[in-house]
Design a protein around this ligand. Structure first.
Ligand SMILES: [Zn+2]
Length: 200
């Protein structure tokens, strides 16, 4: 399990970014991920969303990825934890910043008290997209370009007022011993779980 130094500093929090061979604590609350910008508070009800928040002691929230960007958030004052799944659609619609805004709206979080960790995802080295996707990021081109989704999410977090942003900086496509990659392994790819929780 990969750990973010800035989240590890919080004694009340537990977290991890899964690797290929990770085993996970139980339970971890996940939802059906649909590449949306929907942010929900974790509870037992099944729903479709791509970001999960919790303030409950003993509750862990997680997202499943294999190339998409997992982002874990923690409000150091109000003790809110969040897990975000940001593929290109979620990144283009700003789901990570939206999760920070929802933390503020629902639990009174202030962005300057939020600590963020951007986990392993397909890197700019390996993530090539066509003109249609490039246009979603404000780039008008006629041939494919490389996108660094982790860097874009980090930028969105800083723009939202989050001061502590850690980036794993590992590419799931390059690091085939460590990570599943949907682009590399296609339908055979497993999923890593990135999770965060408030200790009971
Ligand atoms: Zn790569």
């Amino acid at each position: 399990m990969l750990k973010a130094p800035n989240l590890s500093e919080l004694p009340w929090l537990e977290h991890g970014f899964g690797l290929r061979d990770s085993s996970y604590p139980e339970p971890i609350t996940t939802v059906k991920q649909v590449h949306s910008d929907h942010v929900v508070v974790a509870n037992a009800a099944p729903c479709e969303a791509d970001a999960l928040l919790t303030i409950d002691l003993g509750t862990r929230v997680g997202v499943k990825t294999a190339d998409c960007v997992p982002v874990l958030l923690a409000d150091t004052r109000q003790r809110v934890a969040a897990a975000v799944h940001a593929g290109w659609r979620g990144t283009a619609s700003g789901i990570t910043a939206r999760a920070v805004r929802e933390m503020a709206a629902r639990f009174g979080s202030r962005p300057e008290h939020v600590v963020a960790a951007v986990g392993p995802s397909i890197g700019g080295c390996c993530y090539q997209v066509g003109p249609d996707v490039a246009r979603q990021f404000g780039t008008v081109v006629t041939s494919p370009i490389h996108l660094d989704l982790a860097a874009i999410n980090a930028q969105q977090l800083r723009h939202a007022g989050v001061s502590s942003v850690w980036i794993a900086g590992e590419c799931t496509f390059c690091e085939k011993q460590r990570y599943f990659s949907y682009r590399r392994e296609k339908e055979a790819a497993g999923r890593m779980i990135s999770w965060v929780g408030i200790k009971a």
